[in-house]
Ligand binder design. Structure first.
Ligand code: AMP
Ligand code: MG
Length: 430
């Protein structure tokens, strides 16, 4: 038989992302969580201020509150008639008077400026001499200058960080409405894989390797705000693969696997997902990370003995499925480029964008690929980029060594000094 192998056309990464965004219907369920504990969660109800911050005009310095016109001449002397520490409220100030005031204390009525204590000289008989020229409004923080009452402070769909917790607390929010945490079942696949600790390095048989994807994927999932169930390793067997996936679909929102996603005889992911639901298998136009699969696994009814077990966050009748390539760097890269945004969309995050920073290369890359490449690089002290010498998709050292990737368009060579697009690793997880 004369069968000619016709390769599938490669799918553009941005196109794949758009497709994934369409599949990632945000989890409907939200929950109220203590402001102490919402770091890295996605806000689903906007934070709107019920007050002005600061709530009133207050002093930016320790010093004296005065009427600016009373000290128009340098060396003016005023009578100190009151003392206002932070937390207390003064009385109206008459012309010719000064109030001893401290940082954060409300400005008394009638005062139009604060003179820092370093500019003043306290004299006998509760008098103060002002030694510097001053301007009206000086050293006064105005009510609402940070946040206005009724103002939108954090938009729904934002991923919260340490600073957002602080600002929400400063507005009196003791809890915030955030997306439920997606429940993710994580599997690795492959008969060759050994768990560290099961066999010591000196006794590892030929062809066996330690399972690394299971470790970094669990860590990346947790950073992406997921609750992870480590489901272990699926042997290269069709029936076992189907059983594991069907079981995991019952109580998870997403099933994430690595390896076995190609079309070889030992790759059982594809037929299993097709048997249990639907599968989109893509050959992506990127390097590393060509094979990638998205699908859905229908939830069979739970048997009565486990019906009371944990529930997925999603109320849909299917679990999402994503199959990553087995090669560790391909797995890592596709997680960052596609799974991370998918999970953000699932949590209701409004926009997900990698941060591209134009930087100069301090290396040459003359063997450009026809696919869009993500080259592992590191910033040096001169503010340019160094390339990791081995860019093979099996060499995880490149990710450990590097602090980001160069997003290199298809068939583009790089000469030393060229401007390239740098994406720091930490910008993926925003
Ligand atoms: P596969 O796609 O299953 O053919 O795997 C491609 C390559 O990645 C093979 O060399 C596998 O041994 C390797 N690989 C697959 N899964 C893992 C894993 N969890 N940890 C380390 N290497 C893996
Ligand atoms: Mg395999």
């Amino acid at each position: 038989m004369n069968t000619k192998f016709v390769p599938k056309p490669l799918l553009d990464l941005d196109h794949a992302l758009t497709e994934l965004k369409g599949f990632a219907v945000p989890l409907l369920e939200t929950q109220m969580v203590s402001t102490f504990d919402v770091d890295n969660r996605v806000l689903r109800e906007a934070v709107v201020s019920a007050l002005n911050v600061p709530p009133n005009d207050n002093s930016a310095m320790d010093g004296y509150a005065v009427h600016a016109q009373d000290v128009a001449v340098q060396g003016s002397v005023l009578k100190v008639t009151q003392r206002i520490p932070a937390g207390s409220v003064g009385t109206p100030l008459s012309r010719g008077e000064a109030a001893r005031i401290f940082t954060g204390a409300p400005i008394p009525l009638g005062a139009t400026a604060v003179v820092a204590q370093e500019e003043c000289e306290a004299l006998q008989g509760d008098l103060v001499k002002v030694n510097a020229p001053i301007a009206s409004g000086q050293c006064i923080r105005l009510a609402g200058e940070d946040i206005k009452k009724g103002g939108l402070v954090i938009e729904a769909g934002s991923r919260l960080n340490a600073a957002s917790l602080g600002i929400a607390a400063s507005l009196g929010f003791k809890e915030l409405c955030v997306s439920k945490t997606p429940k993710v079942a994580l599997f690795s696949t492959g008969d060759e894989l050994v768990m560290p600790g099961d066999i010591p390095p000196e006794q590892m048989g030929e062809g066996r390797i330690y399972n690394s994807n299971r470790f970094f994927l669990k860590s990346l999932l947790k950073r992406a705000g997921c609750e992870v169930t480590d489901m272990g390793n699926i042997p290269d067997d069709l029936e076992q693969t189907k059983r594991c996936l069907a079981q995991a679909a019952l109580d998870h929102d997403l099933i994430l696997t690595s390896g076995g996603v190609s079309v070889g005889e030992e790759d059982h992911i594809k037929p299993s997902v097709i048997a249990l639901g639907v599968l989109h298998q893509w050959a992506l136009n990127i390097k590393p990370g060509k094979p990638f699969a998205y699908g859905r696994i229908h939830r069979a009814h739970k048997s009565s003995e486990n019906a009371s077990g944990p529930k997925p966050s999603s109320t849909e009748n299917y679990a999402h499925f994503i199959g990553l390539p087995g090669n560790p760097v391909s797995s890592y890269a596709t997680f960052m480029l596609l799974v991370q945004p998918f999970l953000s969309f699932l949590q209701g995050q409004a926009s997900v964008q990698y941060r591209h920073i134009p930087m100069r290369a301090n290396f040459e890359w003359l063997k450009a690929d026809r696919r869009r490449e993500f080259l592992r690089v590191r910033q040096n002290d001169q503010g340019t980029l160094e390339l990791f010498p081995n860019q093979s998709s099996g060499v995880l050292t490149s990710v450990v060594w590097g602090d980001g990737v160069v997003d290199n368009p298809p068939s583009t060579i790089i000469k030393s000094g060229d401007l390239v697009n740098f994406i720091p690793f930490d910008s993926f997880l925003r």
